[in-house]
Design a protein around this ligand. Structure first.
Ligand code: TXA
Ligand code: MG
Length: 346
């Protein structure tokens, strides 16, 4: 639709005073004027618009091709501004803010209704977060208002962990991209609903269940969100992160994967792999292999997941056999994303 915008890219250098940085101020002005600017956070790149400007927010949905019933997270530069937009901050939410903000945790709270209504897709709640990234914080402080920001990818593609991913997906569709290099966490924030007595994790992410429970005690974890018609976290019903080449997620040791590969090859299929370094060393029948990192460091594997999923699309192969990882700690977020990328889970 508006594919012929001139997209400006700001390449950020190490700066000691980002708040006063000319490029950050220019990017913030673009958002204040109703434009779309992609920026790095500690999790993935976000696509930001003024969350109080309905027309600006509408452009996010158009640029991404995002379904309008999927609400956006409101990003803030400080807690004082958060308090102006949410109705009531329960004790447990406060404890979570103290423990994990700024950081990869989005907290669902009752909205005061002061945000553009398309940010929350008509819900009475809003997801709020203060990201832990110097560029994001400097940008948000300069905007001085909440910034609605989903991940800055084309809807259905893996979230961007590099500015290059953003420009590949959205060049010509957004006003600006702040290039702050590679992000740190590599999977999105944990989303937790704190509007109920026992908070519910709606999406596993950068802060683990164990870390959360250490602060506020037991929480629930939403299950089966992908299958229901009215999921608690609307985004979870959409199949995400799916490359165009099918991924088969395989549980079990190397020989299980090898046997499956042989079976598929005997059917005339070309098979590639998405595996840990350890698994790659064990496999004998190697064709194309994308190595995620060492199994000993699941955070590092999570950090490489999305760029690896993007690489799959460049392979000349019929399908990809992917390794399963322990569903613990950051492994919960990792497996959640891998399962949603997979066509077949064995
Ligand atoms: O790490 C992140 O969270 C990144 C960076 C840019 O901050 N953002 C991100 O946004 O992942 P997005 O739009 O891709 O995912 C937001 C998720 C969706 O699953 C959405 O349904 C859920 O949060 N969500 C947002 N507001 C909600 C609400 N009021 N109630 C329930 N779920 C909500
Ligand atoms: Mg997303």
């Amino acid at each position: 639709m508006n594919d012929n915008k001139q997209t400006k890219t700001w390449k950020m250098n190490e700066s000691t005073n980002l708040i006063a940085d000319k490029q950050i101020i220019e990017a913030a002005d673009m958002i204040k004027k109703g434009g779309l600017v992609a920026f790095p956070t500690e999790t993935v790149y976000g696509l930001g618009a003024d969350a109080t400007n309905e027309a600006a927010v509408r452009k996010i949905f158009t640029a991404k091709g995002r379904p309008s019933d999927n609400p956006l997270i409101a990003h803030f530069g400080d807690r004082e501004t958060v308090a102006q937009f949410v109705d009531d901050i329960p004790q447990k939410a406060r404890q979570l803010m103290d423990a994990f903000w700024p950081g990869p945790l989005t907290i669902i709270l009752p909205s005061k209704g002061k945000l553009a209504q398309n940010v929350t897709a008509g819900l009475e709640t809003v997801g709020v977060r203060i990201p832990d990234h110097p560029i994001a914080l400097a940008l948000l402080k300069n905007v001085g208002k909440p910034v609605a920001a989903p991940s800055a990818n084309q809807s259905g593609k893996p979230s961007p962990t590099l500015a290059e991913h953003v420009s590949y997906d959205l060049n010509g569709k957004v006003d600006g991209i702040i290039d702050g290099g590679k992000v740190g966490v590599g999977v999105e924030s944990t989303v937790i609903d704190c509007t109920v007595d026992v908070p519910v994790i709606l999406r596993p992410g950068g802060v683990t269940r164990k870390q959360i429970e250490a602060v506020i005690g037991p929480v629930h974890v939403a299950t089966g969100a992908a299958e229901t018609d009215t999921p608690r976290s609307p985004g979870m019903k959409y199949k995400h992160y799916a490359p165009s080449i099918p991924i088969w997620l395989i549980t079990g040791p190397s020989d299980v994967m090898e046997k499956k590969a042989k079976e598929l090859r005997d059917q005339g299929k070309k098979v590639s792999y998405l595996v840990s370094a350890e698994r790659a060393a064990e496999l004998k029948l190697l064709d194309d292999v994308i190595i995620l990192g060492s199994r000993e460091n699941l955070s590092n594997i999570a950090n490489h997941l999305y760029e690896s999923l993007r690489k799959i699309d460049q392979l000349n192969t019929d399908l990809v056999l992917a390794e399963s990882f322990p569903n613990q700690g950051i492994g919960e977020a990792l497996m959640n994303r891998l399962e949603r990328a997979a066509t077949v889970i064995l």
